[in-house]
Ligand binder design. Structure first.
Ligand code: SF4
Ligand SMILES: [Zn+2]
Ligand SMILES: [Zn+2]
Length: 346
């Protein structure tokens, strides 16, 4: 088949975006991509000039692309700092963290690495065998995600950041929406969005997602066209156990057969949330119910926050077992992974 021409110039297209369809050369794809992210920031009022931005960077494509764009367009108007979290996954995390640190050094951006082990006294490698032993406790990703959010919020408050930026993309957001529907988890559903959470409270730093309207496949192409180095050799070895993978596969199948499905689901979610807008009174009521966690002082409605509850459960589980040696990650896990890939001409 003949390669189509770029919609904006006479060059051969390097990528076709089926939902348009749009055909772009590398330069015009980059412009289209950058403009969409800038538009998302304006449309959802994600941050203002002068606000301090803390970017959570893992070393993967999404967080490095968001850091690249925030630095490219907003380093003059906003103070930027990076937070890197080491969850303790031997043979995987250290490689990704090196890429993240190198990027910060290259761009002269201040960064801080926080370790699960130092913060909670437990690593993901130690959590996994405990969860295998007692699956009722939940999945590794549920633990890891809650603990990461706890670190992000605490550190953002510590450095007085106004906003906390994450690399969540369109695919992540749509997967979360569909998962919440399947799990009948309404309270989690209304907390999703480009500005995560429904209440404004001094105990929570607003988490924002500039890649909210950006498909994952385009992030991969953007990295290739713009030489953005990122860690992509392996996915996290525990991601194979995530239910999210099943949703990713299902939604990718739909998107391939019916281009535009992901955007459709995102818009539906937005309309739904607009019609369900939580009233100012409800938000006030919710804020009033919040108190400080007795262990870590994070805001919670209960005696202990979700993270501290999980850590208590893990410690109880650990007591039941003989001392478990941290498991070293083996290649065996990686066979089951479904890391995203995309097609482009480079
Ligand atoms: S895949 Fe799961 S366990 Fe691995 S880093 Fe992500 S949330 Fe944590
Ligand atoms: Zn062009
Ligand atoms: Zn706590």
């Amino acid at each position: 088949m003949k390669t189509p021409k770029c919609d904006k110039c006479s060059k051969k297209a390097s990528i076709t975006l089926e939902y348009g369809p749009h055909h772009y050369c590398e330069v015009h794809f980059t412009k289209f991509f950058d403009n969409r992210v800038k538009k998302t920031i304006r449309k959802y009022n994600l941050f203002k000039p002068g606000e301090k931005l803390l970017v959570a960077v893992s070393g993967g494509k999404d967080s490095l692309v968001v850091l690249h764009l925030i630095h490219k367009y907003y380093s003059q108007s906003n103070e930027i700092e990076v937070l890197i979290i080491d969850e303790g996954v031997a043979g995987y995390r250290n490689k990704a963290i090196k890429v993240a640190k190198d990027k910060c050094l290259q761009k002269k951006i201040k960064y801080k690495v926080i370790y699960f082990e130092k913060e909670f006294g437990v690593t993901n490698d130690e959590i996994m065998p405990l969860l295998k032993q007692n699956p009722k406790l939940g999945g590794t990703c549920a633990f890891c995600g809650t603990m990461r959010r706890n670190i992000m919020n605490k550190y953002a408050k510590k450095v007085k950041a106004d906003k906390l930026i994450t690399g969540h993309n369109l695919d992540d957001e749509v997967q979360s929406f569909v998962m919440n529907v399947f799990n009948n988890d309404f309270s989690r559903l209304i907390r999703t969005g480009a500005r995560a959470g429904i209440i404004e409270h001094t105990g929570f730093v607003k988490r924002i997602k500039p890649l909210y309207e950006t498909p994952e496949k385009e992030i991969i192409a953007y990295c290739a066209f713009n030489d953005i180095e990122h860690y992509s050799q392996e996915c996290c070895p525990y991601s194979w156990s995530a239910k999210r993978n099943e949703f990713r596969e299902m939604l990718n199948n739909f998107e391939n057969r019916f281009p535009g499905t992901l955007f459709s689901v995102l818009r539906f979610n937005e309309k739904l949330k607009d019609n369900l807008k939580v009233s100012a009174n409800q938000k006030k009521e919710f804020s009033k119910r919040l108190k400080e966690c007795s262990k870590c002082s994070e805001p919670t409605e209960k005696t202990f926050c979700n993270t501290c509850e999980l850590i208590i459960k893990l410690k109880d589980e650990k007591k039941k077992t003989k001392k478990t040696k941290p498991k070293v990650v083996t290649k065996k896990y990686n066979k089951k992974l479904t890391c995203a890939t995309t097609k482009y001409n480079k």
